[in-house]
Design a protein. Structure first.
Length: 327
């Protein structure tokens, strides 16, 4: 079980030695996974604990909130993803202007050395840390010599031309920016290739306008404060995971319902194979669910009337069913 700490003071005095890495880890994509796998291997070889130090909120939300990128995932899902990799602990540092004012040496000395009793630091070539991002790889090496820990450098996934698709390779480094670009374009397949799993959102199922139910396609509507980056408008094949952990195939709509002159963007999932024996009481309202995006079926279109929309929805459901269940 992974330990979660929200402040260095919560780390037990007898914890350590530890092998540590630092990062925002938004998306916990394959580049992050490669660094963290090396972290865990190094910790086991040295009979130490593996620890990831991350930040909440994202530093850009503190320094430039007006232009901060949308987060790929919420903190809960980030911690779940980090824990699934086999880490011993995650230290979530509350990011503030006070924390940002620490010099690289103050940050390393206070957090890594005093609290975590670090023996090794595992980082990427472009790591930046400390006041004004003034600390870099050379800084960490110098601090390692001063405080007595080793620094291991690793290239992130994709930077060596690893093929992310079946039809070819890429020399683009896996990054959170790449995932965001793919999702904003509706390319959930590329996002999944970089992430190593389908992109997902998490939120409570709330009551909507009930248009889908009236048309014969009831949907689970995610609340407006659902976590996870909303992909581009369109219809997707994917999965809905209910509160009990059951995975249901789904056709997912993202958009503002242009056929009915909608304004606000909504994420709605129509469960395809609801149990027929209890179809009338298949009720997800109030549950916190996860919606996973597997493939984009089409863009969002305004139809001339409900009849044309219903016919298209039938086709969407068949296509989603075939894609998800007939592989």
């Amino acid at each position: 079980m992974v330990h979660i700490w929200n402040d260095p003071t919560e780390v037990p005095d007898d914890f350590g030695p530890s092998v540590v890495t630092i990062g925002n880890f938004d998306g916990v994509h394959r580049g992050h996974q490669q660094v963290l796998s090396q972290l865990i291997r190094t910790a086991r070889l040295n009979r130490a604990r593996s620890v990831a130090v991350t930040f909440d909120p994202h530093p850009s939300q503190v320094h430039r909130p007006e232009s901060a990128p949308e987060l790929i995932m919420g903190l809960q899902d980030k911690l779940l993803a980090l824990g699934e990799l086999g880490l011993d602990a995650v230290l979530v540092m509350k990011y503030s202007l006070e924390l940002a004012s620490l010099s690289p040496e103050e940050f390393v000395g206070t957090v890594l050395v005093d609290a975590l009793h670090v023996s090794h630091v595992v980082i990427g070539h472009d790591t930046r840390f400390g006041r004004g991002n003034s600390g870099d790889l050379n800084t960490m090496r110098e601090l390692g010599e001063k405080f007595g820990f080793e620094v291991l450098v690793i290239s992130e996934f994709g930077s060596e031309g690893f093929p992310l698709h079946d039809d070819g390779g890429t020399d683009r480094r896996c990054s959170s920016t790449w995932v965001r670009e793919a999702l904003m374009a509706g390319d959930v397949a590329t996002a999944a290739a970089v992430l190593g799993r389908p992109h997902q959102m998490r939120g409570e199922v709330v009551h909507g306008a009930a248009r889908g139910r009236a048309l014969g396609f009831p949907t689970a509507n995610l609340s407006s404060d659902a976590s996870g980056l909303i992909p581009a408008d369109g219809i997707y094949a994917g999965w809905l995971v209910d509160q009990a952990g059951t995975r249901w195939p789904a056709a997912i709509s993202v958009g503002s319902n242009p056929t009915f002159d909608g304004v606000s963007r909504q994420v709605e999932a129509h469960v395809i194979d609801r149990p027929q024996e209890s179809i009338d009481d298949f009720d997800l309202y109030g549950q916190t669910v996860v919606v996973e995006f597997v493939a984009r079926l089409r863009g969002m279109v305004a139809y001339r009337g409900p009849e044309a929309l219903v016919e298209q929805m039938r086709q969407d459901v068949v296509q989603a069913h075939d894609l998800l269940l007939k592989r």
